[in-house]
Write a protein that binds this ligand. Sequence first.
Ligand SMILES: Nc1nc2c(ncn2[C@@H]2O[C@H](COP(=O)(O)OP(=O)(O)O)[C@@H](O)[C@H]2O)c(=O)[nH]1
Ligand SMILES: [Mg+2]
Length: 276
Amino acid sequence: MNGMDLGQWLRLVDVIIEVVDARLPATGRGVEVRHLLARSRRGHLLVLNKADLAEPEKTRAWMEHWRAGGLLSASASAVRGEGIRNCRRLVMEAAASRPKKWQRAPRAMVVGLPNVGKSSLLNRLIGRSVVRVGRRPGITRGVQWVRIAPGLELLDTPGLLGAGGVDGERRLRLSAVGILPQNEADSWETARWLLSLLPGERVDVYGAEMASPLATPEDRLAALARKRGFLGPGGIPDTSRAARLLVEDFSRGRLGPLTLELPGDGRGEAEDRERV
Ligand SMILES: Nc1nc2c(ncn2[C@@H]2O[C@H](COP(=O)(O)OP(=O)(O)O)[C@@H](O)[C@H]2O)c(=O)[nH]1
Ligand SMILES: [Mg+2]
């Protein structure tokens, strides 16, 4: 981010809007952000974005879980423009706890892992009609602030967080929602894992053979490859390519909504509790 590290940017704001993928609310949180938040003592709003790709009752369960832990959260769909006004309202609420000595309008910034919808949400929060506040070279060299509500300003650049340790099932989850970029080995493992989770009817868009839960994952991916004409030398079905397609389609929501973790389901929550 323009040569400044995230910690320096966070010092400029009163509220941190942490964006997570609603399908992966625990594993999909940035590791650094926990430490940064603890140290920075900033207001904090957790936004479950891509709520259109998650199961609504599970999204509610996560919000309830966090509310019980004293954490402010909201759900949103940046592509659909849903939940945006509520996010603005909650940012104001989070900002209200800052020291009264501050005279200027409260300021916020958006942070999160890759591909969770930070830029999309930022654009929605900014909207078209809001005022660009402009650069303030004196105080915050080169920083661009945008007024997103009366008395509330937003840094116009989102902060990118790292995914932290990525092994085992954690890697599969992050790869399934597109937080980790696909590579050959991961696509294959991730596709197998998704096939074990997705109800058969979700993948019948690829044909009946693909949807059969009795077939092995290899056979199902081979059926998908044949159906799409993904054939290698000698007409052998290219199952790697089929795996990549399946993961990409899931990640973009083409196989329907699916929340990959729930509060209380084990690993994700243990990490989450540690982080809150
Ligand atoms: N279905 C869905 N897709 C979204 C949503 N928000 C962002 N996306 C898509 O997710 C991808 C990554 O979004 P982007 O804003 O670039 O994420 P960033 O990397 O965190 O800035 C893009 O293809 C967006 O269209 C959402 O709420 N729902
Ligand atoms: Mg972005």
